[in-house]
Every structure is written in structure tokens, then in C-alpha cells.
Design a protein around this ligand. Structure first.
Ligand code: SF4
Length: 398
């Protein structure tokens, strides 16, 4: 195989960095440039912010990237211990420590706290920080089943959010025309993302590495480039690179190498080295569950209903039965040989359903590993132990 697997060599990695720093720079200079800035969580309806020229700063994304860059992680987490228990997930601890160390822009014009159904940590962190900031805050609840009632509920939540964001933007009311424009751009981003992921998951040899897949999905799960035009440009470049590799027959592993599906987030603090364990063992992650959080388009005539469906369909909203069904369908569609669930310390969303998903996969004859670890805090788990368990699992698949 002739392609180097390091992220430094790939468009997926270098452009992720380029657009991330551009986005952070815009957020850092928002006040100076008279641009409105909001704090929000991951995931968040970016269409509503972009429609009103508001920069949606996601402190959780910053925590992940700083941890991947190994930038002051322990100092930040130690600072957080003054305010929050170590039992809380490391993303939220990192946000709190980073805030008190002045690691991200303060004084937002508004806070939109999105609450997926089984994570109550996100809202609590913004509550704590808003004790000091005292800014207008809105809680946006996406935790609904995919049925008529659930969609109506989330649609009403989104209408409230649109009013709130519009009112605190320079427009002083929601910008409907620009929203329509943003929906078109958002859908274009999703089309490109779907095309790339489909090639990654179906072509042999797999034209993308495990680390690249993690970054691509994180890009879509979080900031999408900071605006949809940059998001589209990112995907066009990544797609071009993937197609070039396919034309040349380049891949990262052999044609018959085990094809792995990854569930939940990866360990960000060691992302590149971790991803490389797969290719070094002639296996590769061809599909991430995270894809099913961000690959839905806004398709309705009623755009708010369309947006509601997009968020309700997110795999992490609703019941564990829904999560199992969507994952099994994907595993069959992409002819997955094995699946790995990364269960994060302190995260109820990732840990509580894992044994049920494991059972369902094993009933279908698909080997399934539950790997305990952390995303941000390397001291919460032993990197050596994670590597050993992973290698033993990959060895068993050969
Ligand atoms: S890792 Fe889990 S607990 Fe932490 S913010 Fe994400 S869903 Fe919530």
C-alpha cells in the first residue's frame, strides 16, 4: 500500500486545521469586528446562527482540539477540579478549567445550550459559567422520539431558538431569507459528506485511513468549517483526494483486511497514533457511528420541520432500540467485519447502552469490543492498556 497514513500528509487533516484556526480567529476577534458571538454545544443547529451572522463558538470542540494538540491539558483539568468533580466527563471539566484560565473568548452575546436526551452535563456547565457571565441563555432540547409528536416538539424548540438568536443578533429578528440560503448550503455540505463516506465505506482497498475518518466525522459533528462555504470547500478538496487515490488504486490496507465500524467518539488526545494502530495491524475503520449524527438533509417544504427531522434523526436522540437498529443496518450495508464501542469515563450517553448494542451485534455474529477510555483526559485510562486490548481484538479477527 503506497499511501502514508499520518494526518499531516492528508487533506482531511491539514484543511481541518486551517478551517479550525480561521474559525477560532473569527471568534476571538468577534468583539473587535463588531460581530455577534454565541456559546453553544455540540451538536447545534448552525443554520440558525449562520442565518443571523452570529459565530457559534463550541467550547467542547476547543477542548477536543486542544487535547489533540496536547496543549496544557493537565493544567486545565487541574484548574477545573476547583469547581467540578472529577467524576464528570472530561469535555465538560476541560471547558470549565479552560474558561477560568481564559482559554476561550468570554462575554458571549448569548448562550444556546443544546441538550441531547441522555447528556445533562452540557447544560450544567453553561449554567455554572453563566453564574459569572450573566448572559441571555436558551436551553434547546432535542431529546425526542422520531414520530409526529417528537418532531413537532423539536420544531417548536427550534422556532424558539430562531427567535432568540435573531433577537440577540444585529438583525434584531430572525433573518428568514438568509436561513433559506443557509439550508441550501447546509444540504450541499451533506451531499458531499455522504459521497465521501460512501466511497470510504465501499471501495476496496479502503481509500481513507482510520484517523482521516475520525477527523472528517468530527468536522461534520461540530463546527462544519465555521461557515457552510468553508465547509463545502473542505469537502470538495477531501473528495478530490479520495477520488485520486481510488483512480490510482491506492489504499491503506489490503483488499481483504478487516473492515471495522467505530461507535461513539475516539480518544482525541492521541488521535493520530491511535488511528494508526488499525492500519499497522492491517485493519481499518471504514465507518463511524458519528456519521449518523450529521448526514441528514433538511428536506421539507416547511424548513423548521425539516430541521427538526434532521435533529430528531440524530442517532443519539431517542431510545437505545433506535441506536441499535441504525447501527446494525449500517453494519450490514457496509459489510462490517467487527465493531468497537468507545465508552467514555463519566459519560452516561456513551456507557449506558453499550452492553445492549454489543449483545445485538453478537446475536448477528459480528464481533464487538467495548473499549473503556477517555477522549480528553489521558490520565483517566492507561494508553498502553487500550492499545493492548485493541491489538488483541484485531489479532482475533485475522
Ligand atoms: S462525552 Fe458524554 S457526558 Fe460528556 S458532553 Fe458528550 S455526551 Fe455529554
Amino acid at each position: 500500500m503506497s499511501v502514508k497514513s499520518g494526518l499531516g500528509f492528508s487533506t482531511t487533516g491539514t484543511l481541518f486545521g486551517k478551517y479550525f484556526f480561521k474559525y477560532m480567529n473569527t471568534a476571538l476577534n468577534a468583539k473587535k469586528n463588531n460581530v455577534k458571538m454565541a456559546w453553544t454545544n455540540v451538536p447545534s443547529p448552525l443554520e440558525l446562527f449562520f442565518a443571523n451572522d452570529v459565530i457559534p463558538l463550541q467550547p467542547e470542540l476547543l477542548s477536543g482540539v486542544l487535547s489533540a494538540m496536547e496543549s496544557k491539558t493537565q493544567k486545565i483539568l487541574t484548574e477545573a477540579e476547583k469547581y467540578i468533580s472529577r467524576d464528570c466527563c472530561s469535555f465538560q471539566r476541560h471547558i470549565i478549567g479552560n474558561y477560568f484560565l481564559k482559554g476561550f473568548p468570554r462575554n458571549p452575546d448569548m448562550i444556546v445550550s443544546t441538550i441531547p436526551n441522555s447528556c445533562d452535563a452540557q447544560g450544567k456547565s453553561f449554567d455554572l459559567l453563566n453564574y459569572y457571565e450573566k448572559k441571555p441563555i436558551l436551553y434547546l432540547d432535542f431529546g425526542a422520539e422520531e414520530n409526529e409528536e417528537g418532531i413537532e416538539y423539536v420544531k417548536n424548540q427550534l422556532l424558539k431558538a430562531a427567535d432568540f438568536i435573531g433577537k440577540h443578533s444585529h438583525y434584531e429578528e430572525f433573518n428568514v431569507d438568509k436561513f433559506k440560503e443557509m439550508v441550501k448550503l447546509s444540504n450541499r455540505c451533506v451531499d458531499l459528506y455522504r459521497e465521501i463516506c460512501n466511497l470510504r465505506a465501499t471501495v476496496k482497498p479502503p481509500p481513507g485511513s482510520s484517523s482521516e475518518g475520525f477527523l472528517l466525522d468530527l468536522f461534520n459533528f461540530t463546527f462544519k468549517g465555521g461557515n457552510f462555504l468553508d465547509g463545502i470547500a473542505y469537502h470538495e478538496e477531501v473528495l478530490k483526494e479520495i477520488k485520486k487515490r481510488i483512480e490510482k488504486g491506492e489504499g491503506f490496507v489490503d483488499n481483504d483486511a478487516p473492515r471495522i465500524m467505530w461507535l461513539f467518539l475516539p480518544p482525541l488526545y492521541n488521535l493520530q497514533l491511535f488511528g494508526e494502530i488499525f492500519e499497522q495491524n492491517n485493519a481499518t475503520i471504514v465507518f463511524n457511528e458519528l456519521y449518523m449524527t450529521s448526514s441528514h438533509k433538511i428536506e421539507n417544504h416547511d424548513l423548521f420541520e425539516g430541521l427538526a427531522k434532521k435533529y430528531v434523526r440524530n442517532i443519539f436522540n431517542g431510545s437505545i432500540e433506535k441506536r441499535i437498529k441504525m447501527n446494525l443496518e449500517a453494519a450490514k450495508k457496509y459489510k462490517i467485519d467487527a465493531a468497537i464501542h468507545y465508552s467514555i469515563w463519566g459519560c452516561r450517553q456513551s456507557t449506558s447502552g453499550a452492553p445492549s448494542i454489543q449483545q445485538a451485534f453478537q446475536d448477528e455474529g459480528i464481533p464487538f469490543l467495548i473499549l473503556d477510555g477517555d477522549c480528553v483526559d489521558p490520565t483517566q485510562c492507561s494508553a498502553g492498556q487500550v492499545k493492548t486490548r485493541l491489538e488483541a481484538f484485531l489479532e482475533m479477527l485475522r
